[in-house]
Design a protein around this ligand. Structure first.
Ligand SMILES: [Zn+2]
Ligand SMILES: [Zn+2]
Ligand SMILES: [Zn+2]
Length: 326
C-alpha cells in the first residue's frame, strides 16, 4: 500500500482538519471509527463530516489519510448503490427463474424418514400437527420422524417450482430492478490511527490543538510546529510558537514533553535551552507531563524556562493558559 514520505506526512500533520481528526481519536478515544448506516444516506462518518463542515469530501479526506499512513482501515461492509439513481436504499428480490417475478413463495421441504415421502411443510400441516400425506402417520420428533430437507420455492405467477431463486436488486427509491452485473458495489471501511501516527501524536496533537485554539482566540498568531531563526543562522523547531498581537509583538515558544515513567528527565530542559539560547524568544514554556525531575526543575529556573507540570493533558492545558495570560 502506498505510504507517504516523511515530508508528506509532516504536511498532513500540518493540516488543521487532520489535526482535529487525530485529536478526536486521541481525546475521545473512539479507537475504531465505524461508519454509521442510514438507508437513505448509506454509510457515513459523522465525526469527519463535522470536522470538514460537510460530507461531500469525507471519502476523499479519509482516502488521503489512509494513503498518507495516518489511518489504518479494515473492510467493515459492502454497499450496493442503484445504477440508475445512485441510492443506497436497496433490497434483494428473490425471483422466479422462469418468469422473473419476485412474487415467489418460499417453503421448507419435509421428509418423512420412515416412508421417504418428501413434500413442502404446508402439505404436512394438519390441524396444528405434522401428518404424512402419504402414510397418514403423525410426525412428532424432528430428526427421528422427519427431516427438514431444504427449501422449495413456488412461483405465484407461473406456478412453476424450483429450489434456487435468482437474486435481483431492487431500488426502493426509483424502483429499478438490476442484477449484480449492473450494481455499483463498493467497499466500506472502519478506520483507526496507524500505530506510527498514534505514537507520533500520542501527546502532541491532543495538547496542541486545544492550545492553538485558545491562543488564537486571544489574538495570537500561532504556528505548530513553529520555527524561529537563531542568531547562528540555524532554524529551530518548537512544538508551538505564538506571536502576540499589537505593536509590541512578543514571541512565546512552547515545547511539550511527556514520559511514561514517573518523571520527565532534565534532558528536555537542556535541549530546549540550547534552542532558546540561539533563537531568543521572549518567553519559553516547557510543558512536562506528568512532572519534571528535581534536576530539571532547577535547570528550568536557572535557564528562565517557564516550567508547566500537569498530571494529565487537561490540567497541563489549564496551567499553560494561566502561564500565558499572566
Ligand atoms: Zn434507483
Ligand atoms: Zn414464475
Ligand atoms: Zn409417510
Amino acid at each position: 500500500m502506498p505510504k507517504a514520505s516523511k515530508k508528506e506526512l509532516f504536511e498532513l500533520y500540518q493540516d488543521h482538519q487532520v489535526q482535529l481528526l487525530i485529536s478526536k481519536f486521541v481525546s475521545d478515544k473512539p479507537g475504531v471509527m465505524k461508519p454509521i448506516y442510514d438507508p437513505k444516506q448509506g454509510f457515513s462518518y459523522p465525526m469527519v463530516d463535522d470536522i470538514l463542515g460537510e460530507s461531500s469530501h469525507t471519502e476523499e479526506f479519509l482516502e488521503k489519510l489512509y494513503n498518507g499512513g495516518v489511518l489504518d482501515r479494515e473492510l467493515y461492509d459492502k454497499i450496493i448503490y442503484c445504477p440508475s439513481c445512485n441510492s443506497p436504499n436497496i433490497s434483494v428480490h428473490y425471483t422466479c427463474p422462469y418468469c422473473k417475478t419476485f412474487d415467489v413463495k418460499k417453503s421448507a421441504l419435509v421428509e418423512h424418514i420412515k416412508c421417504g415421502y418428501i413434500e413442502t411443510e404446508d402439505r404436512f400441516q394438519n390441524n396444528g400437527k405434522l401428518v404424512c400425506p402419504r402414510c397418514k402417520k403423525e410426525l412428532t420428533s424432528p430428526d427421528v420422524d422427519y427431516n427438514k430437507a431444504g427449501v422449495w420455492c413456488t412461483c405465484n405467477k407461473c406456478s412453476k417450482s424450483f429450489d434456487i431463486p435468482v437474486p435481483f436488486h431492487f431500488c426502493r427509491e426509483c424502483r429499478t430492478n438490476f442484477s449484480f452485473d449492473d450494481a455499483i458495489y463498493k467497499d466500506v471501511y472502519s478506520y483507526s490511527l496507524t500505530p506510527e501516527a498514534a505514537k507520533e501524536v500520542n501527546l502532541g496533537y491532543a495538547l496542541t490543538v486545544p492550545v492553538i485554539e485558545f491562543l488564537e482566540d486571544l489574538g495570537f498568531t500561532v504556528e505548530s510546529p513553529g520555527f524561529l531563526n537563531g542568531k547562528s543562522g540555524t532554524r529551530h523547531m518548537f512544538d508551538l510558537t505564538a506571536v502576540s498581537a499589537g505593536n509590541k509583538q512578543s514571541t512565546t515558544a512552547i515545547d511539550f514533553v511527556t514520559s511514561s515513567e514517573d518523571v520527565v528527565s532534565e534532558q528536555s530542559v537542556i535541549s530546549m535551552f540550547a534552542k532558546i539560547f540561539d533563537a531568543t524568544p521572549d518567553k519559553a514554556c516547557l510543558v512536562a507531563i506528568p512532572k519534571m525531575s528535581e534536576n530539571g526543575r532547577k535547570l528550568a529556573s536557572l535557564y528562565k524556562i517557564q516550567l508547566i507540570e500537569g498530571k494529565n493533558q487537561n490540567s497541563s492545558i489549564e496551567a499553560l493558559k494561566a502561564c500565558i495570560t499572566e
